[in-house]
Design a protein around this ligand. Structure first.
Ligand SMILES: [Zn+2]
Length: 337
């Protein structure tokens, strides 16, 4: 049997759970492909030294968020066929292949609530097993990174609902580390200037790699989720081109960071659904980042009342349909760094 080659379609093979016939094979321009697991492909550039940056691009952690999968697959295709040179050590992940195949956000449990060890609490779910696989693959990839290199992770998503700011990023909680302003400026080069700075640990993939693999990691919300083939990929050109510049080693100098060019927010508190009596007083179609008027009662749950203060707060990820004990939304407020 022949080695997998340019005709080997990694996305199709991932969806159909068909491993390649060899674990390693050459691509155009001296790039080597290494199959790690279903949906996890390592691409080794022709020039590798102690300063070669390591980049993890993940998508499909939510299986129905198809546009990022199409963007990542387009990049992979162009590397394979020699249209895009590779100057970084790249790990590409299609997060949840079974959910992708089904066209669903998830099958048993939201996978982006199962990282950072949370998978051990839900062992019977298919997503828990997969989250553990992704964590191990990321840890192994960054463990071998030389000290002098950058470690970057971009986890690409699209959101369930519309957004006042169409594209935004979530910067995981950094504990004692400072924000990497260069990363924020890189985001700006991808047409993303709205950023939520998380204020506490989370069970997300980017929190895991940021905390445990010392990456500069960002969750990117790139627009609204639509089925395969129904995406207007022109709306994703900012991130597509920024990733291509990064991967091919085009490091154009970026302007210095200034708060004024960004809309930075911090998470103020979570709306927690404690019981079936939880009522959210926002309509079903409310967009992310909708401004909350001073005094507005956002939600009530038995004797708990969540009320907006000051007129600068906004709502993010409202979802009253979550299970009891889970987050039904985040109240955020503007911040400067
Ligand atoms: Zn998502």
């Amino acid at each position: 049997m022949n080695q997998p080659s340019l005709s080997y379609d990694f996305l199709t093979a991932t969806l159909q759970d068909q491993p390649p016939v060899a674990r390693e094979w050459p691509l155009a321009n001296g790039v080597t492909a290494r199959w790690r697991e279903r949906g996890i492909l390592e691409l080794v550039p022709p020039q590798l030294d102690d300063h070669t940056d390591r980049v993890l691009i993940s998508c499909g952690v939510h299986g129905n968020e198809t546009a990022p999968i199409e963007v990542a697959n387009g990049i992979l295709r162009d590397i394979e066929q020699g249209r895009l040179p590779l100057a970084v050590h790249l790990l590409l992940m299609f997060g949840n292949p079974d959910a992708m195949q089904a066209g669903e956000r998830y099958l048993d449990y939201d996978m982006n609530r199962l990282f950072n060890g949370q998978h051990a609490k839900h062992p019977a779910t298919r997503e828990a097993q997969r989250a553990a696989v992704l964590e191990n693959a990321a840890a192994a990839f960054f463990e071998q990174a030389p000290n002098g290199c950058q470690r970057l992770h971009y986890d690409l998503h699209t959101a369930i609902r519309g957004s006042v700011f169409e594209r935004f990023a979530i910067y995981p909680y950094l504990h004692e580390r400072d924000y990497n302003r260069e990363q924020l400026c890189w985001l700006e080069s991808a047409d993303i200037t709205t950023v939520l700075l998380h204020s506490q640990p989370a069970a997300t993939f980017t929190y895991y790699t940021s905390r445990h693999c010392q990456t500069d990691a960002l969750t990117l919300e790139l627009g609204k989720a639509r089925p395969f083939g129904q995406n207007d990929l022109s709306r994703f050109e900012g991130i597509n081109q920024a990733l291509r510049r990064l991967l091919s080693g085009q490091r154009d100098p970026l302007p210095a960071f200034a708060n004024e060019r960004f809309q930075l927010f911090r998470a103020k508190y979570d709306l927690v659904k404690h019981s079936d009596q939880f009522r959210l007083y926002l309509h079903d179609q409310v967009e992310n980042f909708t401004l909350l008027e001073d005094g507005f009662v956002i939600a009530e749950d038995q004797d708990v009342r969540y009320q907006a203060h000051g007129g600068n707060e906004r709502i993010l990820f409202p979802n009253p349909k979550v299970g009891n004990g889970l987050r039904a939304g985040i109240v955020i407020e503007p911040v400067a760094i």
